[in-house]
Write a protein that binds this ligand. Structure first.
Ligand code: TXA
Ligand code: MG
Length: 347
């Protein structure tokens, strides 16, 4: 299959027109699969009301079919066609954070494609804030199911180039809107229970949710390896680079020693470092991922950094560790998954 590329200059500010999107929109309407930028990561979209189209997403990604998809809407009215009810707390969150990086799990209406819900009685819905995503969704005027546009198991794509690397020849097209903003996937919040439960930490933090609706809980399985997560997608291996990745928790002196020991054993060592510390580490390949004092900058480049290690021939990768505070919750959630829970602690 030929994969079309449409380049959309984000800075154009003609949000409502974007004539480059006509072809992408018409392919989506015809039941084809098209990747597009959102403010979190690139999504792989298909008409959520068309079973055959939804099936193509799973085929292109190699995604297990028991993992449900998030439905993206460009207009809040579309929610009525998808869900049975919108509880008051969900209404407040929609008011506060849509469009934006927040997915709400709500009771689904019968008729929502089984491929989308993976047979669950709930559906995840979000309205992205990226101007290109919104313009495309509004042009198509259908709910669009979209997981992250990577091959299953790989880091989510934050550039059109990442999507191309993974899915070229497997999908009808890619809308290139440049690098995404947040860089990590949306927060997934289950609103069918009380208090609402965070199934996946993301761009909207626990504190931001609690400011609007009061107490929110976090799925305990996110913190412990052995518990079964409530969100089907959270149980799969994710984001892992080719060489084994370890998170190093401790001082930068300890990190330096850990790197040097591996090198003495003849290993080629990759290092994921923040800007502040990189010159301190003697790694064979040191990749700089944001500033320690600016969590948003770490989130924005994390997946690109993890992908970049695969360009190198490495035996082992060590990553700095981060505070699980604010956006740090989502950063550490993804990093721990990428490392398969392998953590080396100084104490
Ligand atoms: O930021 C994002 O959310 C990106 C962009 C493209 O919007 N999308 C994304 O989709 O990350 P995906 O499929 O890679 O991750 C969806 C997550 C999975 O962990 C899935 O198990 C969970 O949401 N999920 C979806 N529907 C669910 C449901 N009804 N109940 C529980 N978890 C659900
Ligand atoms: Mg994903």
């Amino acid at each position: 299959m030929k994969t079309n590329m449409w380049i959309v200059d984000n800075s154009e500010n003609n949000v409502n027109s974007y004539p480059q999107l006509e072809e992408a929109a018409s392919l989506l309407k015809k039941g084809e699969v098209v990747a597009f930028p959102t403010e979190t990561v690139y999504g792989l979209g298909a008409d959520a009301t068309n079973d055959k189209a939804v099936k193509k997403i799973f085929e292109a990604k190699g995604r297990p079919s028991d993992n449900p998809l998030i439905v993206h809407i460009g207009n809040a009215n579309q929610l009525d066609g998808l869900v049975k009810e919108v509880p008051l707390k969900a209404k407040k969150l929609i008011e506060a954070y849509w469009p934006g990086p927040l997915t709400l799990i709500l009771k689904s209406k019968t008729g929502v494609s089984q491929g989308v819900t993976a047979g669950l009685s709930t559906v995840g819905v979000r309205m992205p804030s990226h101007p290109v995503a919104l313009a495309l969704l509004q042009k198509v005027n259908l709910p669009i199911a979209a997981p992250s546009a990577n091959l299953s198991g790989r880091p989510s794509p934050t550039t059109a180039q990442h999507v191309y690397e993974d899915l070229q020849g497997r999908i009808a097209g890619i809308v290139d809107g440049g690098q995404t903003g947040v860089g990590l996937e949306s927060t997934v919040l289950d609103c069918t229970c009380e208090p609402p439960l965070i199934l996946r930490p993301g761009g909207v933090t626990k504190r931001q949710l609690e400011e609007v609706i009061g107490k929110v809980e976090v799925d305990q399985a996110l913190l412990k390896e052995e518990e079964k997560p409530k969100s089907p997608g959270m149980k799969y291996t994710h984001y892992a680079p080719n060489a084994p990745l370890f998170i190093v928790s401790g001082t930068r002196e300890f990190m330096r020693e850990t790197i040097m020991k591996a090198q003495e054993d003849g290993k080629r060592v990759g290092v994921l470092s923040t800007e502040e510390n990189h010159s301190f580490y003697p790694g064979d390949k040191v990749i700089v991922c944001g500033h320690r004092e600016d969590q948003a900058s770490i989130a924005a480049s994390l997946y690109d950094s993890l992908r970049a290690f695969n360009q190198e021939d490495l035996d082992i990768i060590y990553s700095e560790s981060f505070e699980r505070e604010g956006l740090g919750e989502a950063i550490m959630n993804r990093l721990v998954k990428a490392a398969g829970h392998k953590i080396i602690s100084e104490e």
